[in-house]
Design a protein around this ligand. Structure first.
Ligand code: ADP
Ligand code: MG
Length: 396
């Protein structure tokens, strides 16, 4: 069937059907737009990207960050542990979250001058409140049906449970996307430093070696908790506070003795282990100045990543960093020391802002779901085989 062509304000091409509507599933059209959304362990807010996945290289068209309302943020944090009437409270928080997602999508599309009908699907991770692969489940609060209704766009959600059902950890899911975006002629490590940090080991292009990946341990989660208590700020901005402290070598060794760090992959973790109680327990009977605690926690994130790379991604020639931790200058300096002689750089040096990468991955994961492709990596998650990730909630 013949169709007209138009140029949308983003400069991208799209096709218009006989009734004037844009053909969402037209395989010939020149753009293939997806929204990806992430709300991670840090609970800092919603990251949303608009991506064009039509070409061989995925292209970022827009980004929106929406801070979570303070009462929702507090409730989500409370829901990370057992509590009174948590089924009801989770359902209500999920609805609020979906409304925040819908606002982020609206803002994103407005900024890019793109209509909902032009977007093939939204990939949305949801908010993890429990991650228990040992018990066969993981819980991401979300209300994808509400988001589909509010946005008028198909939604793909619940990306982790299919891998868990196949015996995997359901995490991390980023390595396959990192492989597509960052593989180069030499082996490389990619580190995502969100609330939790995870490492991807990329073999050299064409080597035929498998991509590996696992959660390293705490990324920003402990750094943020300590900063919130002592600075009254959500995080240690640019790592400024930690920069003036001294890392305590003996305490650092005690922290690194946590068995999670030396456990072999596949492994994944969350607030279940690395939380304020863990920190209190480790701090007991230590006389440390708050600023030195902050410096040591920052060093812990860097050292655990450095050790993980040395142990499991040894051939890596360089280290690329994404996630909000890339903005913490003290953490980046320490990471440079812990990974030496490998150079450490933000993904921004390759033109991808570090805070866009994870949401970008969920746009790609949504596309892979729509096409029915099994993209989970059993070598990473430990599952019995690759599976099609996610579940679709149609808009119409
Ligand atoms: N300017 C900054 N200085 C220091 N840390 C920052 C800065 N910007 C972001 N961060 C850190 O990044 C975190 C958010 O990272 P993000 O990748 O969104 O994690 P998550 O996926 O867990 O939400 C914040 O909680 C904070 O610790
Ligand atoms: Mg975040």
């Amino acid at each position: 069937m013949e169709s007209n062509r138009c140029v949308v304000a983003t400069g991208a091409m799209c096709r218009i059907g006989p009734d004037g509507g844009i053909l969402k599933s037209d395989p010939d059209r020149a753009t293939d737009l997806y929204v990806g959304m992430m709300t991670g362990t840090s609970l800092d807010g919603v990251d949303a990207v608009l991506a064009d996945l039509a070409g061989p290289q995925p292209r970022l068209i827009g980004h929106a960050h929406l801070a979570l309302a303070e009462d929702l943020r507090k409730e989500l944090l409370l829901l990370c542990a057992s509590g009174w009437d948590e089924l009801h409270r989770s359902a209500i928080a999920s609805q609020h979250l979906a409304r925040s997602y819908a606002s982020a999508v609206q803002q994103l599309l407005l900024d890019a001058d793109v209509e909902p009908e032009q977007v093939r699907a939204i990939g949305v991770h949801g908010q993890t409140v429990r991650h228990r692969p040992d018990a066969g489940y993981t819980v991401q609060l979300n209300a994808p049906a509400t988001l589909a209704e509010l946005s008028g766009i198909d939604v793909v959600a619940d990306f982790r449970s299919r891998d868990l059902a196949a015996g995997g950890q359901g995490a991390p899911l980023l390595p396959a996307f990192h492989a597509g975006l960052f593989t180069t002629h030499s082996p490389r490590a990619v580190v995502n430093i969100g609330g939790i940090s995870n490492v991807t080991g990329l073999p050299a292009a064409g080597s035929g070696e498998p991509v590996i990946g696992f959660d390293c341990g705490p990324g920003n989660v402990l750094i943020d908790a300590w900063a919130a208590e002592h600075l009254g700020d959500r995080f240690d901005r640019d790592g400024h506070w930690a920069a003036g402290g001294h890392s305590d070598a003996a305490w650092l060794q005690a922290l690194l003795a946590e068995p999670y760090f030396s456990a072999p992959p596949p492994k994944s973790t969350g607030r279940e282990l690395f939380n304020r109680q863990w920190l209190s327990h480790k701090l007991a009977q230590r006389e440390l100045a708050p600023r030195d605690v902050q410096a040591t926690l920052t060093r812990l994130t860097a050292a655990s990543i450095g050790q993980a790379i040395a142990q499991h991604v040894a051939p890596a020639v360089d280290v690329l960093v994404c996630g909000g931790g890339a903005f913490n200058a003290t953490l980046m300096r320490m990471l440079g020391e812990e990974c030496a002689p490998r150079p450490v750089a933000s993904t921004a040096t390759l033109g991808v802002a570090p805070d866009h990468v994870e949401a970008f991955a969920f746009a790609w994961l949504a596309r892979e779901h729509v096409h029915g492709r099994a993209v989970s990596l059993p070598a990473v998650t430990g599952a019995r085989g690759p599976r099609v990730l996610g579940a679709l909630y149609p808009a119409g």
